[in-house]
Write a protein that binds this ligand. Sequence first.
Ligand SMILES: Cc1cc2nc3c(=O)[nH]c(=O)nc-3n(C[C@H](O)[C@H](O)[C@H](O)COP(=O)(O)OP(=O)(O)OC[C@H]3O[C@@H](n4cnc5c(N)ncnc54)[C@H](O)[C@@H]3O)c2cc1C
Length: 387
Amino acid sequence: MTTAVPEEARSQIISLVRDFVRRDVEPVAAQLDLEDIVPHDLIDKMKDLGLFGITVPEEYGGLGLDYTTFATIFEELSRGFMSISGAIGTHHILTYVLTHYGTEEQKQRFLPDLASGKKRGGLALTEPGGGTDVANLQTTAEKDGEEYVINGTKMFITNGRYGDAFCLLARTDREAEPNHRGISAFVIERGPGFTVGRDLDKLGYRGLDTCELIFEDFRIPTENLIGGEENRGFGQVMSGLETGRINVAARAVGVAQAAFDAAIKYAQQRESFGKPIAEHQAIQLMLANMATKVQAARLLTYDAAAKKDSGERVDLESGMAKLYASEICQEVAMDAMRVHGGYGYIKESPVERYYRDAPLMIIGEGTNEILRTVIARQLLRRPEYQL
Ligand SMILES: Cc1cc2nc3c(=O)[nH]c(=O)nc-3n(C[C@H](O)[C@H](O)[C@H](O)COP(=O)(O)OP(=O)(O)OC[C@H]3O[C@@H](n4cnc5c(N)ncnc54)[C@H](O)[C@@H]3O)c2cc1C
């Protein structure tokens, strides 16, 4: 359970983030996207705002905020430029796993620098052979005295080039049945044997490093095993992914809201047949559907965040929020493009970027296909959903 942030304090934080986005992010978002530039200066400003420590407890140098505020921050950032929210996305999964499962020594060693942004974190879970079937991952961690030796390759790792610390999942027991019981989570930092492979050239979510990471006889101290106990990693990271799904849902709400904002503005300016296109019923129907979808997605997202704040397990709620928000984000971005006509299809218009950014939310933090199976499993288990 998190301590609720008083409404006034939340509004102050949100207005600081909104000002930052309007003043510093929006004017450069198109250029950062087009040229695929990682904005280190903006990321430094996010550190100054405390955004690297949103949910990290105050005793470890963070802001200790609740997940409702966390979601609002991700929504606001993504309304300006979704990529910038990625700098602190999986970073917060690492801080979550350390906060909830790390030993006291690990919390003290890592959390203060992560909370201040001195170190940027990430999550190294997906491999070239597959991300959905996490339990089948092939990266190994073999114990050798006081060290683990890591071998394997991770794929699509956000913050892969500029991040400093990662939550890495690796196999510590090859014989475990079922196979997810043989996986451990480690906190790793760069060193000999840890190399960054390709920088991935993406459709959207540009201006943020996403890379392949290669581990060849990479040695880490046994003290970096999260929680100090082997074969607990799968559950630790899955629990962290609940918050990741709230963050992705909030990002989708932010992008969808930005697409709607652009569409309603344009519809009142652009004229056809002697009147603003907003006066054509076909456009009005689109705007009404867009706004309704955005609001429904927002309510699902903040419902999941509120339940997380009250200490409940939210794999169902965060899954529903992420599923719905990401799907409608793609639909709303497409509708915003329709409203803009040809101008929506060229890079002069931000809706072209929203349309390219939206699919990541469908794929990341568990594809929507696997999420439907997670949701269905919960529906069948939970008595309140049985008639
Ligand atoms: C820009 C970007 C950033 C990312 N950042 C990170 C990161 O920081 N850290 C990280 O660890 N990963 C990251 N990922 C990886 C992402 O989480 C994976 O791409 C995602 O989990 C899917 O894995 P995959 O690409 O291997 O697809 P696969 O697992 O190969 O799936 C391919 C298709 O099969 C479907 N599928 C697979 N199994 C099933 C099933 N049982 N039932 C129904 N459908 C199924 C999937 O839904 C998908 O449609 C990132 C990805 C991208 C694109």
